[in-house]
Design a protein around this ligand. Sequence first.
Ligand SMILES: Cc1cc2nc3c(=O)[nH]c(=O)nc-3n(C[C@H](O)[C@H](O)[C@H](O)COP(=O)(O)OP(=O)(O)OC[C@H]3O[C@@H](n4cnc5c(N)ncnc54)[C@H](O)[C@@H]3O)c2cc1C
Length: 339
Amino acid sequence: MKIKVETKENYSLLEHNTFGIDARCRRFVEYKSIEELLSVVGQEPLLHIGGGSNLLFLGDYEGTVLHSAIRSIEHRIEGNDVLLRVGAGVVWDDLVAYTISQGWYGLENLSLIPGEVGASAVQNIGAYGAEAKDYITEVECMNLHTGLQRTFSNAECRYGYRQSLFKTPEHRGQWAVLYVNYRLSLTFSPQLDYGGIRAELERQAIALPTLTASQLRQVIIGIRQAKLPDPKIQGNAGSFFMNPVVTREKYETLAREYPNMPHYDVGEDQVKIPAGWMIEQCGWKGRALGPAAVHDRQALVLVNLGGATGQDILNLCNTVRHDVAERFGIDIHPEVNLI
Ligand SMILES: Cc1cc2nc3c(=O)[nH]c(=O)nc-3n(C[C@H](O)[C@H](O)[C@H](O)COP(=O)(O)OP(=O)(O)OC[C@H]3O[C@@H](n4cnc5c(N)ncnc54)[C@H](O)[C@@H]3O)c2cc1C
C-alpha cells in the first residue's frame, strides 16, 4: 500500500521559529513514521526542522520543510545505566522532565533548552557544564536523498562545541534524525560548578546532601529565566553568536589594551573570548536597529522587537559583526542557522 502523508501548501512558518519570522514554505510535511518520511525523501529541496529555536529564515523557503512527529520514548535498564531510544520529535525539555521524574539522571543541567530531541544530536546542545554528547550513544538517521537508514555512533558524530558531523559542509541537510539514543544513570551525580548554581543553591538554603534532581532542575530553570528572554514574549533564538577562539598571541595583544577582558583557556595556544562582552564594549547591549535589537540583559542574544523580518535581524547581525571586527580585529560568527 502506498503511504500518503498530509502536506500543507504555501504554509506559514510563524509558529515554527522562535524568532517569530513570518516566512512561508512551499510545502510543509509533518511525518509520524519512517514510512511517511520515505514517501517524501528524494524531493528537492528539503529542509528538516525541529522546534525552530536555532533558525533564522531570511526569506520564504522554496521547497519542502519536514518536521518529525515521532514522539516515542523507549527504555531499557542495564546495571546502573538507563538506555533510552527517543523519537526526534519529542520536545527536549519534556524529555528532561520525564527522565528526572523516572529517577533517570544526567540531563538535569540541560533543563529548559528549547527545541526537540532530533536537534539535540545535530547541535550538541550544552549548558551549565553539560553537553548532549556526554549522553548520546547513537543517532539513527535517514538519508534525505536516498531514503537509506544509517546509525551513527557517538564517535562518528564528531561532536565539538555546538558542532557535529551533521553540521559539516559534506553532511549538512543530508540526514533526517529519526531517533536519538542516550545513556543515563540510576545514580544522581550533580554537576554544580557552572553558571552560579552553587551560589543559587546557597541563596535558596538547599543543603547539598539533600539536593534532589528536581530541585537542581528548578534552580537551573530559575537562573535561565532570569537571564534569557522568553521567545513566547520576545522572539529570539538564544545565543546568536558563537564565542570566538583566538590564538594566545592575539589574546595577549588585546589583553594589554583591555586588561579586564574575560577569557577562558581552551587549549595550549587557544583562548576563548565571550562575544557578548565584545558586543557590550561596542555599545550594542540594549540597542536597536529598526525592529531588531541586542537584548538588554544578554548581549549575545538578538531579539525581534515585533514584526522584524529575517533581513532586519541579519542587518543587525552584520552591523554588530562589523563593529566587533573593527574594534577587536575578531570576526564573530552566527551560531544560529541562517536559512
Ligand atoms: C531562549 C533560548 C535559549 C537557548 N539556550 C540554549 C542553550 O543553553 N544551549 C544550547 O545548546 N542551545 C540553546 N538554544 C538554541 C536551541 O535551543 C538549540 O540549538 C536546539 O537544539 C534547537 O532545537 P530545535 O528543535 O528548535 O532545532 P531547529 O532550530 O529547528 O534546527 C536546528 C538545526 O537542527 C536541524 N534539525 C532539527 N531537527 C532535525 C531532525 N530531526 N533531523 C535532522 N536535522 C534536524 C535543523 O536543520 C537545523 O540545522 C537556545 C535557544 C533559545 C531560543
